[in-house]
Design a protein around this ligand. Structure first.
Ligand code: ZN
Length: 186
């Protein structure tokens, strides 16, 4: 049989433990910072580092200033990140004969390929509108020639907000170089 005195001591001990636990209880984890949320999609889903994301945004934004668009005044900047860490940019180039104009994506990719870059891990496109603009159909096919289908295409709006899509999402059931392999030559 347990006497009252030991029970009292046990109760005090129990209270001390409870108080200590309350005082040392772990504080809740802080909410993710907005900057981290901002990077989540690009970094977690598409394996881009924060610095790569920042550079792509900066370069694509700056490339808008190189656009030659006296007819539409619709500036577009594009920036490709190559596997060896080089960023190649371009702006759209319009022409008095409208169909001759070239989109920023094809300007940038043409520069990149002609300079020897053939492997890419990301593309960023920046415009002055919101929601962000996506590459046109012709550019999607042009990009498809050189870039993997799981490459992220980050589209920035005028405020720096962005949408990310994989190339295969922008161009489903696409036709690419591998489809010509083994083609008959008759
Ligand atoms: Zn285009």
């Amino acid at each position: 049989m347990i006497s009252k005195a030991p029970l009292c001591i046990w109760y005090i001990f129990y209270r001390v433990l409870i108080e200590a636990r309350i005082k040392t209880a772990p504080t809740p984890l802080p909410k993710p910072q907005p900057d981290l949320e901002r990077y989540w999609m690009a970094s977690t889903a598409h394996r881009l580092s924060q610095s790569q994301f920042d550079i792509l945004q900066e370069k694509a934004g700056n490339a808008k200033a190189t656009a030659y668009c006296p007819y539409s005044n619709f500036r577009v900047g594009a920036a490709f990140l190559s596997e060896d860490g080089i960023v190649i940019t371009g702006g759209n180039i319009e022409n008095a004969s409208y169909p001759v104009g070239t989109c920023a994506e094809r300007v940038a990719l043409g520069k990149a390929v002609s300079e020897g870059h053939r492997q890419f891990i990301a593309l960023a496109v920046a415009t002055d509108i919101s929601p962000p603009a996506s590459p046109c159909g012709m550019c999607r096919q042009f990009i498809r020639e050189f870039c993997p289908l799981d490459m992220p295409v980050i589209m920035f709006d005028k405020d720096g907000q962005y949408v990310v899509k994989l190339l295969e999402e922008l161009l489903p059931m696409s036709f690419g170089p591998e489809d010509l392999k083994g083609a008959r030559t008759v």
